[in-house]
Each structure stands twice: as structure tokens, then as C-alpha cells.
Design a protein around this ligand. Structure first.
Ligand code: CP
Length: 331
């Protein structure tokens, strides 16, 4: 049984094949493998794009999606093993998974990082527990460690403008936020862009470095395809030569929740002046949602380089391709 909860489930060649299928679906083809299938979406954290794009992906291909939200009409779920369930959590995740495995053809799950430590978040304990106990294929809608469908949609958006992205200068740049955010999105972007051989710089203030093990894994992927991964703590790094500017906030390194971030490094916010220094054909990407005038000046969103809605749309097609792969219809 296939699962797609991390980049390594596909690998570099699998990601490329999947994006080729996604491009065909964007061009008007439909994935036969989704017709008549039922996808159960289990949200343990909020969503706009992921929730709607998965439903659209299934509906357009003749399948259907059932949305379940923890605390929104299903029983409160207990996730700890060996616990005496004498408090307010009515159903254990294992019975829920056993039941849902009899109803659906695949299970899509969103769980968020606990932000206790980078190490714990990268271990992805909860999603791995779901993956192990589920009787049907599991696809991640973002977990503590990765957001693989977002990373694939980001790569597809880059490939639409740069069909051969080897050695393409890409800047993954930290921006300020009001609270520490998970690292799943930058982790997935870094791994996926690296697997396409981009020349990536990760730029963040001191103390906000991405986990060294994740950066090391991305570096190995990049080098295998002729790319590089370097790090910088200079807020102006890459403003004049980057062809892709990926903006994202994430929490501090190590113990993200323990460190206040509100008001920190406000000078890292991106404005129109910063974008104006970039090549005219550069792409501005952000996974959304974004905090206007905290992460990026509102006026900068009107810049012609901004491709945030292409990214959001591409979620539909990469998810159709991912589900097709999950159902075993593609190698
Ligand atoms: N980019 C993304 O996953 O958006 P949502 O959190 O709205 O699903």
C-alpha cells in the first residue's frame, strides 16, 4: 500500500513524474483513477486552500471527498497510546482509523507541529502513527515535518516558467510574523526545489536556521542534480539575482514555541523596493495564508512578479496526480 506523507515517498524522479501528470491535468486531461473513489479528509488543524483544493481535485475527476474536522462534529480524538480514557476525549484515533478505513479509499490528514522541538517535529510521530495504523493509503495535507503537496505545487509553478530549473537561483527567505510558525512548508519547498537541482539560498536571521539534518538532506538532493544549498543571515541577500523569491515565516531554531517572535526582525519584511531590485522575470511565491504588512507590504502583492494564485491553483493538479499515484495507477 502506498502512502504520501513525505518527499522521500516519491523521491526526485517520482516528483518529476508526478508533476508531469499534474501538467497534463492542468492541460485538460482527467485522472481516471479517481473516478468513483472516496477520499476522507481529516483536519486536526484549520485550512482554506488544502481543504478546498482536495475537494475540487476529487469532484472534477468524478470522485468525492468527505471532510471531517476534529472538534467540528466528530468525537474528540485521543491520540496517546496506553492512556486511560476517563477525560473528555471520547474516541481513540485507532478506532477512528479502523472505521474510516472501511468507508474510504484513501485518507488525507492534516496535523500541525507541536513546536516543542525541531527534532520532535521532524520525527512526525503522530502522522507516522496514522500511517502505520491506517488500513487505506494516507496522504499528508501538512504535518509537523513536511507539506509535500505544497512543495510539489511550488515546484510545478517554478517549472511553468523555468522548464529546466537546474542551477536556477532560488531564494527561500524568512519573513516576520506575530507567532512562531511550523517549518513544514519551508522544509518541503527546500527538499522539492533541491530535487530539481536549483541553486538555493536559505536566508533567515541568526537563530531561525532550518534544522541542520533537513538542510543536509536537501543539499544531497541538490548536488545529485547539479544544484546547491547555501545559508545566509543577510536580509538583502539575493535581492538582485534571484529568479524565485519564496517568502515564508517559521519559528526559531531548536525550541520554536519557547521563543517570542512578535515584533522580532521587522526589517526582514519585504516591500516593493526590495522586489524592484529583482530581475523582471523573477517569481514571488508564498504558500498563503499571509499576514499583510507584517510579512510583506500590501503594495508588493500587486507586483507583476507575484504568482501566489498560480501556486494555489496548482495544488488541485498535483493532488490529482498524487492521488492517482496513491491508487497505484502510475509508477
Ligand atoms: N498553503 C496551505 O496549505 O493553505 P491552507 O493552510 O489554507 O490549507
Amino acid at each position: 500500500m502506498r502512502h504520501l506523507t513525505r518527499f522521500a515517498d516519491l523521491g526526485a524522479d517520482g516528483a518529476r513524474r508526478l508533476i508531469e501528470r499534474a501538467e497534463a491535468f492542468k492541460g485538460g486531461q482527467l485522472p481516471d483513477a479517481l473516478r468513483g473513489r472516496i477520499l476522507i479528509l481529516l483536519f486536526l488543524a484549520p485550512s482554506l486552500r488544502t481543504r478546498v483544493s482536495f475537494q475540487v481535485a476529487m469532484a472534477r475527476a468524478g470522485g468525492s471527498a468527505i471532510v471531517l474536522e476534529a472538534g467540528g462534529g466528530i468525537w474528540p480524538l485521543e491520540t496517546r497510546e496506553g492512556i486511560v480514557m476517563d477525560q473528555d476525549r471520547v474516541e481513540h484515533i485507532e478506532e477512528a482509523l479502523g472505521t474510516l478505513s472501511r468507508y474510504g479509499d484513501a485518507l488525507a490528514v492534516r496535523v500541525f507541529a507541536e513546536l516543542e522541538s525541531d527534532e520532535m517535529d521532524l520525527a512526525d510521530r503522530f502522522l507516522n502513527q496514522i500511517r502505520e495504523k491506517s488500513g487505506i493509503p494516507v496522504i499528508s495535507m501538512e504535518s509537523a515535518a513536511e507539506h509535500p503537496c505544497q512543495g510539489l505545487a511550488d515546484a510545478m509553478t517554478i517549472l511553468e516558467h523555468h522548464p529546466d530549473p537546474r542551477a536556477l537561483p532560488v531564494l527561500l527567505r524568512w519573513v516576520p510574523h506575530v507567532k512562531p510558525l511550523p517549518k513544514a512548508v519551508p522544509n518541503s519547498f527546500l527538499l522539492t526545489a533541491a530535487a530539481f537541482g536549483c541553486q538555493i539560498t536559505v536566508s533567515a536571521p541568526h537563530g531561525f536556521e532550518l534544522p541542520a539534518s533537513l538542510v543536509g538532506a536537501a543539499r544531497m538532493l541538490a548536488v545529485a542534480k547539479g544544484g546547491t544549498v547555501t545559508e545566509s543571515a543577510d536580509p538583502d541577500c539575493g535581492s538582485d539575482g534571484s529568479k524565485v523569491l519564496y517568502l515564508k515565516s517559521w519559528g526559531p531554531a531548536g525550541h520554536p514555541r519557547a521563543t517570542p517572535v512578535a515584533g522580532c526582525h521587522a526589517h526582514w519584511r519585504i516591500g516593493s523596493d526590495w522586489l524592484g531590485q529583482m530581475p523582471e522575470d523573477a517569481l514571488l511565491l508564498h504558500c498563503l495564508p499571509l499576514r499583510r504588512n507584517v510579512e510583506i507590504e500590501e503594495s508588493a502583492l500587486q507586483n507583476a512578479r507575484c504568482r501566489i494564485f498560480d501556486q494555489a491553483e496548482n495544488r488541485i493538479y498535483v493532488q490529482q496526480a498524487a492521488l492517482e499515484w496513491l491508487f497505484g495507477a502510475q509508477a
